[in-house]
Design a protein around this ligand. Sequence first.
Ligand SMILES: C[S@@+](CC[C@H](N)C(=O)[O-])C[C@H]1O[C@@H](n2cnc3c(N)ncnc32)[C@H](O)[C@@H]1O
Length: 401
Amino acid sequence: MTSIDDSPVRDPDTLRADMVRALRDQDAITSDSVAAAFAAVPRHKFAPEASLEVVYDLHRIVPVKKDESGLNVSVMSAAHLQGVMLEQADIAPGMKVLEIGSGGVNAAYLQELVGSDGEVTTVDIDRDIVDRARLCLDEAGYWQVKTVLADGETGVPSGAPYDRIIVTAAAWDIPPSWIDGLTEKGRLVVPLTVCGTTRSISFDRDGTGLLSHSYRLAHFVPMQGEGAAEERKVMLREGVVVQTDDVRVPLNAQALNQALDTPGLVNWSGAAWDLPDELDLYLTLNLPRAVRLHAAKDVIERGLVTPAVQFGVPALVSEDSIAYRTRRENEDTGGFESGVIAHGPQAEHLAHQYAELLRRWAQHHRRRGAATFRYLPGPAPSPLPQGAVLRRHGIVTASWA
Ligand SMILES: C[S@@+](CC[C@H](N)C(=O)[O-])C[C@H]1O[C@@H](n2cnc3c(N)ncnc32)[C@H](O)[C@@H]1O
């Protein structure tokens, strides 16, 4: 028996045109130049192993390489995120651009944007990825793009200074080579991770440091090599994990686990809960001892912690107590009201501190893009400014307008 597939045949050109239209509709692409680059590059030639539907899906990644435990170490990033970051980069013809983290397709978009007078270099730490990117770039006709095998932590000094540096792996710090490798008016677009949450930040040079211009929520595979994240992750009990990248935060697993066995104290803030990613960022950078609390689905189902925790929430810890946010439907606040659940001997104190921040955010900062980031290279000032994040090569600060 033969079966007849009557679904319409989707050719790559049609799928690509649909993708560009949808990216524009969703404001991932806002300029004609980025739209033209996405329309020109045959994206499917950079992921021949994947189906056309996946390659041209706005939000899906294509896994390229995994580590021994099955985690992705290299993927073709989703078109939506690539569009957003290329818009953040604001690339003009003739520019010299460095991409850190290769794959091929994003470098091809960059080559379209800089044109024949510009230069694109893409560097990756993994030989397999560089070889694959080279093959795909040649196959698609982007032989001008330079591919380099190196740890991006040191940049590619031979081609510096660059008008733009775009990092496509989640960075924990900003090494001197990225700042020094920019022209005076250069821009760095980097997915920066703080305490388990990442934003693609576009930074312009500001004296010896960097000042942010825009930021967007992003998810990336982590940076490997010299610049890999310094993080502590502890399991409080099966299915409950807390993580932090701040050396000053106490992480006493036994005491925090005991705290979870004490009844939760709930403190409702009276403030509206919305724009979860913006609230998340505010809490992460303003809680005095922030960690990220994750819980597995079965732990949530057993009622030990609330569903808010499923994808990780910013939590406030002390030596023996922990507080994290929750929400409930409330018509008075419109939609949801934010609140906090705290466990342990200092539950009341932590809940109060946390709820104060929830109210402050709702009253003064409840909008998209309210934060401004700075990166100040060099030794950290003492004492560290409130909310500053300590890194190996400098500090990150965030302020809310
Ligand atoms: C999300 S993939 C890059 C996607 C790619 N830009 C594209 O066109 O879709 C991230 C890449 O960063 C690379 N990477 C991780 N750490 C690196 C480092 N220190 N230096 C250079 N590349 C690195 C990984 O090997 C991986 O290939």
